[in-house]
Design a protein around this ligand. Sequence first.
Ligand SMILES: [Zn+2]
Length: 153
Amino acid sequence: MRDTSLLQQALGLAPPWTVSRSDFDPEARRLDIEIDFAPGSRFACPTCGAADCPAYDTERMTWRHLNFFQHEAYLHARVPRVRCDKCGIKTVNVPWARPGSGFTLLFEALVMTMVAAMPVKAAARIVGEHDTRLSVSFIIMSTRRGRGPMRRA
Ligand SMILES: [Zn+2]
């Protein structure tokens, strides 16, 4: 099994998303995973849900993911913007992250579990992220879920 196939299965990616490349740097303690979509793929409009919208252009984005053993892992992808007849040009939603988040859903779930038991600052230190970056992300998330903002350190 090629490493891209293994990563694709581990990430649970479904078409049109595929892992196109991975770059493991043990000295930098970092795994970078490149996700791409097949040429000609069509996507749903993120606003109205209209199916089969063609990609208009793409925007390169990066998300922090769960660690790969002791190594930090990052997902990278060119995320398509679609042209919807009703809504205009919209960035599609990717299955692994919330719109606008710099973290994957699994990474956020891990940190949510941690901040339930400790201050954001302590959780940030453990995962190696700046507490401000985590706080902003989780205040937005907890507000959207109808809960109060997370407590700070
Ligand atoms: Zn639309």
